[in-house]
Write a protein that binds this ligand. Structure first.
Ligand code: PBG
Length: 325
């Protein structure tokens, strides 16, 4: 026998000891479940590139939320899929109280006041240009967009939103929205800022889900360059000083260094958005039998916790909750 002072394997020798020393774990309390809605009744269409994820009409969405609440999922991030005829340059539909999104929000909140509703603030689901901001002569206008975003955020708060999620990446939007909410008496409504949102190919399946692919160009003049990390610190500093309650990093898996960077430098909770393309890759490889999808799902969520995320937005939320039942 060789004498070794340190034998790290001693702490791995059985499940009880491994559990005893485990530094991180995932529970359903950590998860936010993104949900897609469409107009109609008793309608449910699967997103082709996201097996197991559906766009639901309001009646079926209510049922889904009820099931999820029973499984212990508390928080939902809602996105509308709108017909092209409702889209215009100014995203007018985004503040139509009688429209699909806001009326459904209200209905959910009425039926399930305990459900925490997060809403998305950006123009793309409502924009005929498919961009997050107002387009003029091929340019995305920053300051003109802020006004539209604030109007959208107020309408969402009035319809029952608990957490506003600006995903648009315009400069100054967190402060602008914070002030607008406060002026209207919504100082209790939170902001989860998409702080470091990268111009990423991982959003492809989400744009299928919403039919929101940009009609021209890409989002690189507002979303961040995947090559950079220092910009994430600038964005975090702005969001912190402008009043964000959570700092989000998106996508999650290729950006774990950014999750850690923000967590090391800021005392706000960090959220990671485990995006559509990350979900799709796991589902596709698992369907081929190339990986164990359930184990990979759990490992991904755990690794995001380890990296420093205290909140994870993930399409795996419901199946994770079901698996842990
Ligand atoms: C749009 C928005 C996007 C996502 C959330 N909000 C896509 C985009 O910026 O093009 C992506 C979510 C995902 O891929 O799961 N403002």
């Amino acid at each position: 026998m060789i004498h070794l002072t340190q034998r790290p394997r001693r702490n791995r020798k059985n499940a009880a000891i491994r559990n005893l020393i485990q530094e991180n774990s995932v529970t359903v309390n950590d998860l936010v479940f993104p949900l897609f809605m469409i107009d109609g009744k008793n309608k449910k269409t699967e997103v082709k590139s996201m097996p197991g994820i559906f766009r639901r009409s309001p009646d079926l969405l209510l049922k889904e939320i009820e099931e999820c609440l029973k499984l212990g999922i508390t928080t939902f991030d809602l996105f509308p899929n709108l017909e092209d005829s409702l889209k215009d340059k100014k995203a007018t539909e985004s503040h139509n109280k009688k429209g699909l999104y806001l009326s459904t929000l209200k209905e959910i909140k009425k039926k399930f006041p305990e459900a925490i509703l997060m809403t998305d603030v950006a123009m793309d689901p409502y924009s005929s240009d498919g961009h997050d901001g107002l387009v003029k002569n091929g340019e995305i206008l920053n300051d003109e967009t802020l006004e539209i975003l604030a109007k959208m955020a107020i309408a969402q708060a009035e319809s029952g939103a608990d957490i506003i999620g600006p995903s648009d990446m315009m400069d100054g939007r967190v402060g602008y929205i914070r002030r607008a909410l406060d002026e209207k008496g919504f100082s209790h409504v939170s902001i989860m800022s998409y702080t470091a949102k990268y111009a990423s190919a991982f959003y492809g399946p989400f744009r299928d889900a919403l039919d929101s692919t940009p009609k021209f160009g890409d989002k690189k003049t507002y979303q961040m360059d995947p090559a950079n990390s220092k910009e994430a610190l600038i964005e975090a500093e702005l969001d912190f000083t402008e009043g964000a309650d959570f700092l989000m990093v998106k996508p999650a898996l290729s950006y774990m260094d950014i999750i850690k960077l923000l967590n090391d430098n800021y005392n706000l909770p960090i959220a990671a958005y485990n995006v559509s393309g990350e979900y799709a890759m796991v589902k596709a490889a698992a369907a081929k039998g190339w990986i164990d999808g359930d184990k990979i799902r759990d490992e991904i969520l755990l690794s995001l916790k380890r990296a420093g995320a205290s909140v994870i937005l993930t399409y795996f939320a419901k199946e994770f909750a079901l698996a842990k039942k």
